[in-house]
Every structure is written in C-alpha cells, then in structure tokens.
Design a protein around this ligand. Structure first.
Ligand code: MEV
Length: 304
C-alpha cells in the first residue's frame, strides 16, 4: 500500500520569547537536528493516528491532540475529502515540551502530508493558517513565531502582523543547546507571564534586546550579542519563567567560556542556549553534561 511522507524540523528561539506574544520582535532559527515525519496511507476503517502520545481513532484522541485533530479535519475539508479513511503515523525525534516547537512541527508535517496524499498544492498562506489554528487550540495565545520559523526553514526576525525578515547569520560562532530534561508547558508559561501585573517593563526590555541582537548579527558582533543574551535571561528570570535547572545550565556554560547564555522557548523547564567561539564549544558541552543536561546539540552559526 502506498504511503505518503512529509517532514518538518524543530525551532530554537534566540531572542524574544514571551515578549513576542505582546507584539515585540523576536529572532528564531530552524533546528534540523530533530525532525518530525508524518506518514499517511489509506485505511479501510476510520481516520486513525499513531503517535507517541496516542494511538487509535482520531475522534477519540485526548485533548493534548485537539489542535492536531482539528487541523486534520480542517485539512480534509479543504481537500473535499471529509469521508476519506486514512491512517496517520507520526514519528518524532523532537523532544516534546522542551521549547523546540514540537506541536507546531507536528502540525506542519501532518498538513504537508495530507496535501501531498491528495496530490494538491499547499500554499505557505494555507499552511500558516492551518498551523496557526492548531497552535491556538494548543497554546491559547500563540504569537505565530514557532509555526513561521518551522515553515520558513530559515532564521527569521519576527514581529506579529509584519512580514518576516529572513536572516543570514554567517558568524564564526556556535550556539550550544542544553536540555534540562524537564518537560514544560508553553501554555502554562504564557499564562504565568499574562498573570504577572508587573510584566510591562520586562516585555519592553525583551523587545529592545531582540532589536539589539538583530544589530549585533548585522554588525557581526558576537561579544555584544552574548551580553544581550545574558540580560534577556535575567529579564526572563524576573518575569518568572526561569528555573533552578535552567539557571544552573546557563551559569555553567558561562563559567566554561560562553559569550552569553539564556533560556530558550517558554521556560519553566525545557532548553537553554549558549553562544560561544568555536574553541569553547567542547568545554561548554562537557560542563553542561556535568551540570545535568539530559541532551546537548550544537548549531554552527556559519551555516545559518
Ligand atoms: C514558545 O516557543 C514561545 C513563546 O514566546 C510563546 C509564543 O511565542 O507563542 C513563549
């Protein structure tokens, strides 16, 4: 039986998480070390899904998959295939709930696979809309940053309502990613910030720092970029979304010679990133492992 397959990648936020929800700018990168594969094949019974979170009839999928479930129904409706019986298999090497945008990545891979199965063209606008709706069900108030970064497959400067600016870093630096191993809900983190009555100056500052980092990238100024990342981590901590585990990994990477480090994504667990010169990368990886990182990755900013 023929199987249609589509892939998507993860994302890493360099600057602007949380403040991006309030209309400030952010910078994010695609992360190709982890990927989602969605496969679709004809089935003789209902629409079913097989994923790490649930296997069975789509109509009985748990609320965690509500966004994806709606995306599949809406995609099939757009394709005039509401009555099509299919089996969707999702395979993922993107750790979920770590700030890698796994929910948006699953949506992108499934939407692409659906249209490919139907042999129909899926425009970027349609894909963005489908993914945006699924993310809204999943996270309540998403900025759209995760979906846009994953769809564009390029580093972007993002501001809600504005056209994304594609970025080329081309810097002789690495970005080391460290996973605390602690799963964290973006929805909870976004809610926590929303409840913070004193958030306004922090949001302003995070937006300012994102714009500074855009200048640093363009001026090829890694030292200043590192300092701006450190400041963003302090502000995110003040907002209440850092944790002891994140602080420990951030501090140990700085001790090992990083130019700057911060949490990345929603926080309350998940991942951190450290910017460094290439001769420090191995020391930082070692130090992160010693400080309890469950996994580490390296992104070469020359290739971004
Ligand atoms: C989550 O990856 C990033 C947040 O800024 C939420 C969002 O942009 O929707 C925390």
């Amino acid at each position: 039986m023929s199987v249609t397959e589509s892939k998507s990648n993860a994302k890493i936020i360099l600057m602007g998480e949380h403040s991006v929800v309030y209309g400030k700018s952010a910078i994010a990168l695609p992360f190709f070390a982890a990927e989602i594969i969605a496969r679709i094949q004809k089935s003789d019974s209902d629409i079913s899904i097989d994923s790490e979170h649930f296997s069975g009839k789509l109509s009985q999928a748990p609320s965690l998959l509500k966004g994806v479930r709606n995306l599949i129904y809406e995609g099939l409706k757009l394709l005039n295939m509401e009555n099509e019986k299919i089996k969707i298999t999702v395979e993922s090497t993107i750790p979920s709930q770590r700030g890698f945008g796994s929910s948006a990545a699953v949506s992108v891979a499934i939407a692409k696979a659906l249209f490919s199965y139907a042999n129909k063209n899926l425009t970027v606008e349609m894909l963005t809309d489908l993914v945006g709706k699924a993310e809204k069900t999943h996270h309540e108030n998403p900025s759209g940053l995760d979906g846009d970064t994953i769809i564009s497959k390029q580093a972007i400067y993002f501001k809600k309502g504005n056209e994304n600016i594609k970025l080329n870093f081309n810097l002789d630096l690495d970005l080391v990613v460290g996973d605390t191993g602690v799963p964290a809900s973006t929805k909870e983190a976004v809610r926590k910030v929303a409840r913070n009555k004193d958030k306004e100056p922090f949001i302003e500052e995070l937006g300012y720092l994102s714009n500074q980092v855009l200048k640093n990238i363009r001026n090829r100024d890694g030292e200043s970029m590192g300092l701006n990342m450190n400041q963003a981590h302090r502000v995110l901590s003040q907002l209440g979304v850092s944790t002891d585990e994140l602080d420990r990994l951030v501090n140990s990477s700085l001790k090992a010679g990083a130019l700057g480090a911060k949490l990345s994504g929603g926080g309350l667990g998940g991942c951190m990133i450290a910017l460094c010169k290439k001769d420090k990368t191995q020391d930082i990886l070692n130090e992160l492992k010693e400080s309890g990182a469950s996994s580490t990755w390296v992104l070469d900013l020359k290739e971004i």
